[in-house]
Design a protein around this ligand. Sequence first.
Ligand code: 13P
Ligand code: SF4
Length: 396
Amino acid sequence: MTDLALEPKPTPLALLLLGRNADPDSEKGVECPGSLPPASDPDLVQRAAAAKARLGDRVFILGHHYQRNEVIEFADVTGDSFKLAQQAAAHPEAEYIVFCGVHFMAESADILTSDSQQVVLPDMAAGCSMADMAEISQVEECWRVLQEAGVAEVTVPVTYMNSTAAIKAFTGRNGGSVCTSSNAKASLEWAFAKGEKVLFLPDQHLGRNTAVLELGLSLDDCVIYNPRLPGGGLTTDQLRAAKMILWRGHCSVHARFTAKSIQDVREQVPGVQVIVHPECTYEVVSAADAIGSTEVIISTITNAEPGSTWAIGTELNLVQRLAQDHPDKQIVFLEKSVCFCATMNRIDLPHLVWALESLADGNLVNQITVDPDTAHWARVALDRMLALPGPTHRAD
Ligand code: 13P
Ligand code: SF4
């Protein structure tokens, strides 16, 4: 018999009760039409394999490196944001692209695939807090501020892949390009060949790290535009003097790594080499031995000497997988207080099974679509990126 007084009750603040079965609907995040299999279903692996086999060549599954192992197991290809964008465009035979990653990646896949292909995101709650930090009306307001300061015509917008399709379209319309963490240097070089200044959105850290550490600009060449302040919190003189206008956005995972943790790990683990993602702060990146996108971090560890020791500053799913896959190297996670990316982790095996079984039964679910005008201009910005020389990285 259950004690009713101890039963968790549904609450308008259900998020506070996540994991206690108080409000199963909220815990799912976003409603899945039909039934989402419980995580405890022992047949999930077999169900995913069977649904994938039923779909055959009609489905192509892309998996970002930050996805859970249980999901990565079913990916036809894994990659960083750049590689996944290329791969989405490279499979015109697949009717369905199931994107195991986050919303902005699935939007880009929809833009880069043909009209006859459908892109599916297994859980609509898989967003990105960084992408949400730049809203299109704020970016348009920022451009007006630059116009009033008389600098818009010499400014080239460059947006990180981690942004909404609307921001990519704004960038395309205004002569700019998309970049990813693996080609940010080439994108900035391209932009500075076209104009005198860059408006970099939405990750201030990737923008600053690339401008200062890769292009040799100074920290004083960079200013931060705060969309919550009138005029971005900058004077006209500051805008005129700046070379890099950095949007005040960041990754809620990578911004938590600290230079102190690098100092600590160097003291505790003799001979350790530290590699971090360029979404980390300037202080962290400057204190590390190497920096790179997820793809670069993987290749650096794969090619490292057996017996070498590494502290890695990026999302935990990837670091755990690297530690499992490279038992001949000692791999530690750089910062104890950093967790998984909550939104990447929304895609789990139950959602993948639900999406694949729905598609195999003829039900198109969780389709990601971008309206034609936005898609056109976003594609202009994406194509400018894809035309740049291949990804470049610093691993010194
Ligand atoms: P990359 O895979 O391009 O390094 O991106 C990291 C990231 O934060 C994706 O959300
Ligand atoms: Fe967004 Fe950071 Fe998560 Fe990547 S790791 S999806 S940038 S919050």
